[in-house]
Design a binder for this molecule. Structure first.
Ligand SMILES: [Zn+2]
Ligand SMILES: [Zn+2]
Length: 445
């Protein structure tokens, strides 16, 4: 660990002594890299080959080192420094990763994962099948990263991009769902028939810095020309419409679907041409720049577009979350919708340069003229969705304070008179599981 020393103050008690066992500990990283210096970090210690990895929340893994202690079951104290251990125990993170790779026996793989996780405090969705893995989960940093390290010991997953962000209030998911799932991504018609294991078929991944350069160039061209010229670039937001509503790259059109599942860009035959940004596009000459939250939807959808004959497909590697972490909010407006209880995060949550810890209050992002109330169209300052109070509608929508009051938390006039209404939520609250309200309804009737 050249020039970097880590102080290990507390060892994971359940480290186990078997080959390949790992332990997590809290550490103070004294790495000379400016952003890392004296920052709070997590150290992963692999007892098999005694490598140490230093993570910093909101940063990539930054340091790696091999240790040669006299006894491989003991931790090596590199440097003494007092650091509160309690934070390591209580600090929660949210972890996202996916990988398309052939898994011969997914059922056995699921069992292996369940067995590893049984003593860890992990909540979230981990899906496996013959095409690979897709995971979003939360947990105390030590548990959450222990799982990552365990998975990375496997060559199939060793170089996988893992995205870590700070949780706001403990777990971001209600419980752990780890199971075989026929489709790693929900898309009409399923995805199991797609050649997802062949990276040469999908879009070419662009690093965040390359993506930014491309966007800056495209947006300059578009600003310079007053006319609606047909550019040779198309910026494609491959997400749900409601995600675009609270934040997107400048110049990206709102997806016309409310749900990615029914995306059909580039597949139009004759109908719906106006809503399809890829209709009538020169498949050989046009550069398609596509992005989504974490990258997986683009990997899937670009495979489909390739099969449709589109030649120049590019995707943002690691999606918007990876971009915001590396480039900050350049070319981006608003917040990023996330699929856990946090609902949306400001770019500052990803790039920890000028900001402090994310708190509930900071989810509010001002000056977002694009963000409009779904009901009245007035500008909303808070980039946070709410679910329609009508249990049978449940639409995610942006709403101004007045309309929340006037429509009793519903999305439209019809929903106000619906039979199964939930109470109006106050700010930052989310509805509990729907069956709780259903059961209330049953008792009441
Ligand atoms: Zn309104
Ligand atoms: Zn509704």
């Amino acid at each position: 660990m050249r020039g970097c020393s880590a102080v290990i103050t507390g060892a994971g008690a359940g480290a186990g002594a078997g080959a390949g066992a790992m332990a997590m500990a809290m550490a103070m990283c004294l790495c000379p890299v400016p952003s890392m210096s004296r920052s709070r970090s997590i150290v992963g210690v692999n007892l098999k080959n005694m490598t140490v990895r230093v993570f910093q929340l909101n940063q990539k893994q930054v340091c790696s080192a091999s240790l040669s202690p006299p006894n491989s079951k003991r931790f090596l104290l590199l440097n003494h420094h007092n650091y509160g251990e309690s934070d390591a125990e209580t600090e929660f993170v949210v972890v996202n990763f996916y990988r398309f790779v052939f898994i011969k026996d997914p059922a056995a793989e699921v069992a292996r994962h369940l067995s590893f996780l049984k003593d860890l405090d992990i909540h979230g969705r981990v899906y496996l099948n013959e095409q690979g893995i897709n995971a979003q989960y939360s947990g105390p940093a030590k548990d959450a990263l222990l799982y990552v390290e365990w998975l990375r010991e496997d060559d199939r997953f060793s170089d996988m991009l893992v995205q870590i962000s700070q949780a706001i209030n403990g777990h971001a998911f209600p419980k752990l769902k780890l199971r075989y799932k026929p489709s790693l991504v929900q898309l009409e018609g399923g995805i199991s028939h797609l050649p997802l294991l062949d990276p040469s078929i999908r879009a070419t991944p662009l690093a965040p810095s390359e993506w930014r350069k491309r966007l800056e160039a495209v947006n300059e061209i578009n600003e310079a020309s007053n006319e609606n010229i047909i550019t040779e670039h198309i910026l494609l937001d491959v997400r749900n419409g409601y995600e675009w509503d609270i934040g997107h790259f400048q110049g990206a059109r709102r997806p016309y679907v409310d749900c990615f599942r029914s995306t059909s860009f580039g597949l139009s035959e004759t109908e719906d041409i106006a809503s399809d940004p890829l209709a009538n596009v020169d498949k050989e000459k046009t550069d398609i720049l596509m992005y989504c939250t974490g990258g997986i939807r683009c990997d899937v959808y670009s495979t489909i577009l390739r099969q449709q004959g589109f030649q120049n497909l590019y995707t943002l590697k690691g999606g918007v979350s990876h971009y915001l972490k590396n480039e900050g909010p350049a070319e981006w407006v608003g917040n990023l919708f996330v699929f856990d209880s946090r609902l949306s995060l400001p770019p500052s949550a990803y790039k920890p340069k000028s900001m402090v810890k994310v708190s509930k209050g900071e989810l509010v992002s001002k000056n977002n003229p694009f963000a409009r109330c779904y009901i009245c169209g007035s500008q909303v300052s808070e980039l946070r969705h709410r679910n329609c109070a009508n249990l049978d509608c449940n639409l995610l929508f942006l709403c101004c304070k007045d309309c929340v009051k006037d429509f009793r938390g519903c999305c439209c006039v019809n929903c106000i008179t619906a039979p199964r209404l939930r109470p109006v939520l106050s700010e930052h609250q989310r509805y509990k599981k729907w069956h709780i309200y259903r059961d209330l309804e049953c008792k009441a009737s």
